[in-house]
Design a protein around this ligand. Sequence first.
Ligand SMILES: [Zn+2]
Length: 78
Amino acid sequence: MTSSHLPQQLALLSVSGLLPCPFCGMAKLARVTRLPPEGEPEPVCIQCETCGATGPTATTHDHLSALWDIRANTGRPA
Ligand SMILES: [Zn+2]
């Protein structure tokens, strides 16, 4: 048996200081991090805890936050 077949776990950590969700307008946001069975946690995206919308993916938390703010400013739903 190896651990390679275990499901990957996700961790949600509340974040503040980001622009509100462009979809529902709420600022209750979480940083989603994938926790592989082995190795380093990997940033996944920013997720709105109110409506579940997710932001762009990136490989660093700083980049995730930057991308979220860019979309919150310019990526409003049609
Ligand atoms: Zn939302």
